[in-house]
Design a protein. Structure first.
Length: 250
């Protein structure tokens, strides 16, 4: 979810763009299903407990965060020798954080009892900073990522159930919310993406920066605008559903 995925020295990492496009298109399909179910336009589904849906959500979020980690590796590589937190990082971070606030406000209107206080954009905003701080660890990012993923399985406390602390992830009871992407365990996925990106840039750069077939060119373009797509797709879906209902289409 980060435009710093762009390139070092003007180079475009199109294969990474395509991977990100896969994540956002899959996410859009998931959300469309959720919306259709919410308004009774498909056979009733349980998006909160049915493994068919919950496992998809896990894979989609994992792919998003892994791509964000890859993107940070590319960005840091292009910024070698500069400050760890350049101005353009903070500009993009502010966009993500601002969109996270908009998601919270919009979800509060639709789901006042389960609004999104710390969803995927909130998590990414925090994890991007932590990933940048951890980046010099290089090979140690793999075990650090594993630790972040494993820690919530072994360390839990009711203190972290509170609204001001559940974003950390060490809860004994999940909060009631439409989306929750806490720092732990999800930071581990971003760290693994960062570690993989650092390794690929040294040993197999072509896997990230190689050309893509012409048929995948539209996906590469789409993958350059993940944040815009994320913020636009749900209003479009909901507008179409509610508009169609108002016109008697369904």
């Amino acid at each position: 979810m980060n435009s710093l995925l762009a390139a070092s020295g003007g180079e475009r990492f199109e294969r990474l763009d395509v991977l990100r496009a896969v994540a956002i298109v899959w996410m859009a399909g998931f959300h469309l299903g959720f919306d259709l179910n919410l308004y009774g336009l498909m056979p009733p589904q349980n998006f909160y407990r049915d493994p068919f849906w919950t496992q998809q959500r896990t894979v989609i979020v994992s792919l998003f965060l892994f791509c964000a980690g890859l993107g940070q590796a590319v960005a840091l590589h292009g910024e070698a020798g500069g400050p760890r937190f350049p101005r353009r990082f903070w500009r993009r971070w502010a966009q993500i954080a601002g969109c996270a606030v908009l998601v919270s406000l919009g979800s509060a209107l639709m789901f006042p009892r389960s609004w999104i206080s710390f969803g995927v954009l909130h998590g990414i905003a925090v994890m991007l900073i932590l990933a940048r701080l951890a980046a010099p660890a290089k090979a140690w990012l793999w075990p650090l990522g594993a630790l972040a993923i494993a820690l919530p399985q072994f360390v839990r406390d009711p203190f972290f159930n509170a609204p001001y602390a559940h974003w950390i992830g060490l809860v004994t009871k999940k909060p009631i919310t439409e989306d929750w992407v806490p720092v732990l365990p999800w930071l581990g996925v971003m760290l693994w993406g960062l570690a993989a990106g650092q390794w690929l840039l040294v040993h197999r750069r072509d896997l990230l920066a190689g050309p893509v077939p012409r048929a995948l060119a539209p996906a590469a373009v789409l993958g350059r605008w993940p944040l815009s797509f994320y913020m636009i797709h749900q209003p479009v879906f909901l507008g179409a559903i509610l508009g169609g209902r108002a016109l008697g289409a369904w």
